[in-house]
Design a protein. Structure first.
Length: 329
């Protein structure tokens, strides 16, 4: 730091204030210090800083599912947002959530002196376990049922499903079938409720309901059942992966999308724009989820109240997989 101060022509204290993001520093001074840091390749000694400030600048991330687009995307954006906010992040991934495994994960992170924890949890069991845990530091739950934790951030799943279903009803389809996610996932239940509420508000009876497990295979199996029913002209699917399987089943049965069946997915995963036809789906702003989760955690660590909305609005992305009812002559 003394070398940086000498090159920048400022005091040691000024360098310290710039590194720690303190306010009331002239922009020209900040730029000189940052240029000197870059020139010298200076890296702050985090261990020494922790001894002085009594802060580790480290947070923990606990995830309960891997391999799925949504949780994986959220984990990445939380890590990115943490780094941009000046935190180091340590992660623990759990194959299943029990009181014992979650306690072990929290203990592991606490041994790293984390200042707060982000829990990416969407299963009822995980949220029930969290309610009975006191890690001793602020804990922010991302996704899941946001009413079950003091600090929580997530996309409005109900609204996304409601808009998806309303879009299909607005195209003249008398009802919409639904392929839902697993029973133990709070997000799946919120999307099912949004599908049902859209029918109720439109004065319609919901179409058939089919259980999936987020995989393309389960979507394919649901699609074969829908084909056997012979009545579905519109389907809302609770995620894009199941939608891919559903479209395969329809194709094998000689049904065209959207001429015979209109489809809406959920997530807007990268590949669905390139399906044939491109998929209408609900986009979740995972970048904003990560940013807002870290903002809420940062405020909680500082003992401050934040005024950020905890629910993030989804966006319906309309592409070519939906069309008015009766499109095929």
């Amino acid at each position: 730091m003394a070398d940086v101060a000498k090159v920048a022509g400022v005091s040691h204290q000024t360098v310290s204030r710039v590194i720690n993001g303190m306010p009331n520093i002239k922009e020209s001074t900040r730029q000189r210090v940052e240029a000197a840091i870059k020139q010298l390749g200076y890296r702050p000694n985090t261990a020494a800083r922790a001894l002085v400030t009594r802060r580790s600048s480290t947070i923990g991330i606990i995830s309960t599912e891997s391999g799925l687009y949504g949780p994986t995307s959220i984990h990445r954006t939380v890590e990115d947002a943490a780094r941009q906010a000046g935190y180091f992040a340590g992660s623990v991934s759990l194959s299943s959530v029990t009181a014992e495994s979650l306690t072990d994960a929290i203990d592991h992170l606490m041994r790293q002196s984390v200042e707060g924890i982000v829990m990416i949890a969407a299963q009822y069991e995980a949220l029930d376990v969290i309610r009975h845990q006191d890690p001793g530091v602020p804990l922010v739950v991302v996704e899941g049922d946001l009413t079950r934790a003091r600090f929580a951030v997530g996309v409005d799943q109900h609204q996304g499903a409601y808009e998806a279903t309303s879009h299909l009803l607005g195209l003249g389809h008398p009802s919409v079938s639904h392929v839902r996610g697993p029973l133990e996932w709070t997000e799946a239940e919120a999307r099912r409720q949004g599908w049902e509420d859209a029918h109720r508000d439109a004065g319609r009876e919901p179409g058939s309901l089919h259980l999936g497990d987020w995989t393309a295979r389960s979507g394919y199996e649901a699609g074969r059942r829908i084909v056997d029913e012979g009545a579905a002209g519109a389907v809302f699917v609770a995620n894009d992966q199941m939608t891919i399987g559903l479209m395969r089943a329809l194709h094998e049965a000689g049904l065209a999308v959207p001429d015979d069946v209109s489809i809406v997915g959920f997530d807007d995963s990268p590949e669905v724009e390139y399906l044939n036809p491109p998929l209408t789906t609900v986009r979740q702003n995972f970048h904003e989820v990560g940013r807002r989760a870290i903002a809420v955690l940062h405020a909680a660590i500082a003992g401050e109240d934040d005024d950020l909305p905890r629910l993030i609005e989804p966006e319906l992305i309309v592409r070519s997989s939906t069309a008015p009812s009766g499109r095929r002559p």
